[in-house]
Design a protein around this ligand. Structure first.
Ligand SMILES: [Zn+2]
Length: 263
């Protein structure tokens, strides 16, 4: 199917990021998922597309998502194949005019990720708050997930401060730090609700013993934040494996960065 330039750019970006997730080792098997609000890129040919699926009822009415369109990765689909053939492994869905169900409209009837209720709940909430995010990404960054296995790191902003202190870029490019969601069943609405609470304060949230979820105005932004935090986690791990505990930047050095970069 031929898409307009704006939509084609989004599809290419989803493919690009899916490839990075696989290369990073963050997307074993069908791990991770992506959703992207493409409503602004939707034109009349897409609006006229007939439904390829039955009406799939949403777990609750998504008031702010009425008649919105999303590109979403498919359930059971591998990120490495989303990269090589995005529209064979993702689909475009249309939310109904009353916000109670969705239908798949393109390109093939690929069932969306089992995390779709979480993704849409998050999109609905953030849109309601007037926030400009369009993309939601969930992935399994190895070192960051490993760090959530240490209860000492799960207190509010403990991990944020540790990761910031590993390298100046993390303080500068992830100025809000990371939120933590205690272990919750994957795919559950409870996980979505717990995540939303953290998104009031953070753009990246770590799900204990599971993975990361991040939001952004496009997909590059949340990927870069997870990647930067992950770099910090790797530096921490490297120092520990060299047999010492890294000192980290001091509070004064981090405050200096905060002022210098207007964070
Ligand atoms: Zn996961």
């Amino acid at each position: 199917m031929q898409y307009n330039e704006k939509l084609q750019t989004i599809i290419s970006q989803v493919a690009e990021i899916a490839g990075y997730l696989w290369e990073r080792g963050w997307a074993e098997r069908n791990g991770g998922n992506i959703s992207y609000n493409i409503t602004e890129a939707v034109d009349d040919p897409i609006r006229r597309l007939p439904a390829l699926s039955d009406r799939i009822v949403l777990p609750k009415t998504m008031t702010h998502l009425k008649e919105n369109y999303f590109l979403v990765t498919g359930t059971g689909r591998r990120m490495r194949y989303v990269c090589s053939a995005p529209m064979e492994n993702a689909s475009i869905i249309r939310i109904s005019a009353d916000g109670t169900y969705y239908e798949i409209v393109a390109e093939k009837p690929i069932q969306p990720t089992s995390e779709l209720p979480s993704h849409l709940t998050i999109h609905d909430y953030l849109l309601g708050q007037g926030r400009p995010n369009k993309a939601v990404i969930h992935t399994h960054p190895i070192e960051l997930v490993a760090m959530t296995h240490n209860p000492d790191f799960l207190g509010k902003d403990v991990l944020s401060r540790l990761l910031w202190s590993m390298i100046p870029e993390t303080r500068a490019f992830c100025p809000k730090g990371v939120g933590i969601v205690p272990y919750t069943l994957p795919g559950s609405l409870e996980l979505a609700e717990n995540t939303i609470r953290q998104l009031d304060e953070y753009d990246v949230v770590l799900w204990e013993k599971h993975g990361a979820l991040a939001i952004g105005e496009d997909l590059i932004e949340p990927f870069d934040m997870i990647d930067t935090l992950s770099k910090s986690a790797k530096i921490y791990e490297s120092a520990c494996s060299m047999g010492f505990h890294p000192t980290g930047m001091t509070e004064a050095q981090m405050d200096e960065l905060k002022q210098a970069f207007n964070l």
